[in-house]
Design a protein around this ligand. Sequence first.
Ligand code: GAL
Length: 663
Amino acid sequence: MSLFYGVDYYPEHWPVERWDTDIRLMKEMGLDVVRLAEFSWSLLETDEGRFNFAWLDDVIDRLQTAGIKVILGTPSAAPPAWLIAKDPTILPMNSEGKRSAFGGRHHACQTNETLREAIRSYVTTFAKKYGDHPNVVGWQIDNELGNSHHDLCHCPSCTKAFQAWLEKRYGTIEELNANWGTAFWSQDYNAFDQVDTPKWLVTAHNPSQVLDWRRFHSDVILDFHRLQYDIIREHSGDRFITHNMMGFADTVNYYELGEQLDFASHDQYPSGFFRGTVDNIPALMAAELDMIRGTKQAPFWIMEQQSGITGWNVMGRLPKPGQLALWSMQAVARGADAIVYFRWRVAAIGTEQYWHGILPHSGIPGRNYEELKELIAKTKGLLGDIHGSMPKPQAAMIFSYEQKHAIGIQPNNPDLNYQAHFQKIYNAFYRKQIQLDIIGDHAEIADYALVVAPLQYLMWPELADKYRSYVANGGTLVLDMRAGVKHRNNINYSAGALPGLLADLLGISIPEYDPLLKDSVSILWDDVRGEGRLWADLVSVDADSCRTLATYASDFYSGTAAVTVNSYGKGKAVYVGSELDDRLYDRLIEELMASNGLNMPDGGLRGLERTERQTDEKRYLFVLNHDGEAKTIAIDDGWQSSFDEQNPEEIAPYGYHIYSIDK
Ligand code: GAL
């Protein structure tokens, strides 16, 4: 399928007289596909069972005439007022027992049977009507599942569903009591219907209960997706089904959602909600893209790519000339096979009047339009050549929902945040331009030379065995603070010293630790002196095969090991007892790369990103300049500039170059 560039289009927000102009401009711009209708429930089913597809038919026909394909979204993220009036208990309830009002979006409890029945009816009608439409190429179910559900829904229907989920998981109430440690504070249950969701409490909750609640909620969303998936598969079997994910958002487990998708999609807003600078945004975006590629370990789509200023009531900065194209190429470099821009024209109505699109409010094509048009003309052929290809990193980081949830429930140090810690380590690889895969804790790791698994707080025998056999067979594994602290049900390991099930693999024990709070501790690694933050494990080196790499150099435990490496079978297991500063993470990576004989690319210049995708025949090198200054780079002999750049070694501010070489 030759779909490379597209746009999210909301014709229903504009007069019908404008549609032909829009479609002509899209065509001239080189767009192949549009996504339609993912929020249009009230316009397509105006009252229960009263469908009006005339306007959508009209748009699809016009697009078809222009040779532009269509992806249809199901509108379950925006249940209409008539449906809420029919059953107000569709509105979700927060942990304090308050129901949301109607009026935004995502205002729905996903276990509610009235809602599910209405979705069943809508999606069946919709999928039957368009399932084999010649111009409809695929489907997006719902929109950003999990978005706006941060407090999750605690209504009576969800409480019942939670009880049923627990019964299925534990079988008997005694088993639940044992797994949740309910002997503490007299929390034993006699029956599943006594168990509540973690609603507002005067104290903190039982951490095992909260972890199960997060797992349950992910399962609710997977089931909610499955309901629509089955209907669409039945009526539109050969069209693709995808979903637009949100990077590291954690309400739903994307590895599991990925199993229900033909390919993953992602919404990429580099300056969305104004979150940073050239020194942190490119790496954050890179990590999100690597994460999405990891959900199915396959190329993916961008279903919403930023195409202008972002904002709802207030706005972020104006993207600089070149940035929209650059951000698109960053996504392609890291595995995107197609880029769909959000949105065609900034809305003049509703909540998102300042979330800009390719066209401004006036509808007159300007800089965004011209920049993306030029990008499309220049790169479409290349996207065809690299379609389906992947980056081929030798190293991976494990991103785990289980660990993230558990650390989120009990951060140990109030400032310890799984995501921030993960990103800090990722950034160290990014600074050296070492490509990574980001994969789940269920993924196969045997083929990587190096695996970094941060904050392995929960540990269970199968995972410990997997790590053990990975290292025994020659891999290098890096684990760090709080590894092996808990069983999988979020209860502390107590059968021996930390790191519990990982002690033999790491060759260490941790008799004491210091949570540091806001303080830091000096760490000395050969001639590099840096700091550890957030945590200090006082590591005792037990095995003869284990060596100290760095020691603490302040506090009463000065001289105690902070970073160790154990030779285990044919490989090595590294332990890092603190969150290191950038100097020390740089030192760690140099050590890891050197001792594994891994290739160490040039540490980039500030703002410069280099990544590769590989087809069977060729390697493609993307060099991206995220900085406002031009950069001169060195490219090895043999690499061909993909676009006959006049000066292939000079990259303009916010520019990109792509090179290829035969394998
Ligand atoms: C995304 C969402 C879009 C739109 C956009 C701008 O998260 O999927 O529907 O809301 O943000 O806010």
